[in-house]
Design a protein around this ligand. Sequence first.
Ligand SMILES: Cc1cc2nc3c(=O)[nH]c(=O)nc-3n(C[C@H](O)[C@H](O)[C@H](O)COP(=O)(O)OP(=O)(O)OC[C@H]3O[C@@H](n4cnc5c(N)ncnc54)[C@H](O)[C@@H]3O)c2cc1C
Length: 114
Amino acid sequence: MGDAAYCPSPLSGQGNSLALIGAYVLAGELAAAKREYNQAFDEYEKEMRPFVKANQALGIKASKIMKLNEEKNLLAKVSQYLMKIAPGILTKFMINRSTRQINQAANGINLKNY
Ligand SMILES: Cc1cc2nc3c(=O)[nH]c(=O)nc-3n(C[C@H](O)[C@H](O)[C@H](O)COP(=O)(O)OP(=O)(O)OC[C@H]3O[C@@H](n4cnc5c(N)ncnc54)[C@H](O)[C@@H]3O)c2cc1C
């Protein structure tokens, strides 16, 4: 669990949350499985994998935004232009969008009451 299992990258901003939730889920599944360790590990992976993937994706998205300046495609040119003429509006738009995506990924698991 933690970085050793999920490697979400500091760019995701979710490493601590994943580590803590992973610890909770693994402990819960081990307790619930009553010594059936293989079953506990399977359940742990089933619960965690989609959640971890959604949070890893945040890091990949953030790295793409950081690389935008190096790129020569249309999206890079448009965003550079917008940043020059309306930096406040673009920054607000990007912060709102990424906050929405972070909220969605960070709340992307229904924790069981073990
Ligand atoms: C620059 C940066 C910014 C970050 N920002 C955020 C953020 O804003 N939000 C967020 O949620 N996360 C953030 N993270 C990620 C977060 O710090 C990690 O995801 C989290 O610490 C992972 O916890 P962990 O217990 O899995 O691993 P670690 O915290 O790395 O703990 C592993 C421990 O194991 C020890 N260890 C290693 N090998 C051995 C060995 N052989 N024997 C004994 N002990 C050993 C290490 O010394 C270490 O103490 C950031 C990380 C970095 C680097």
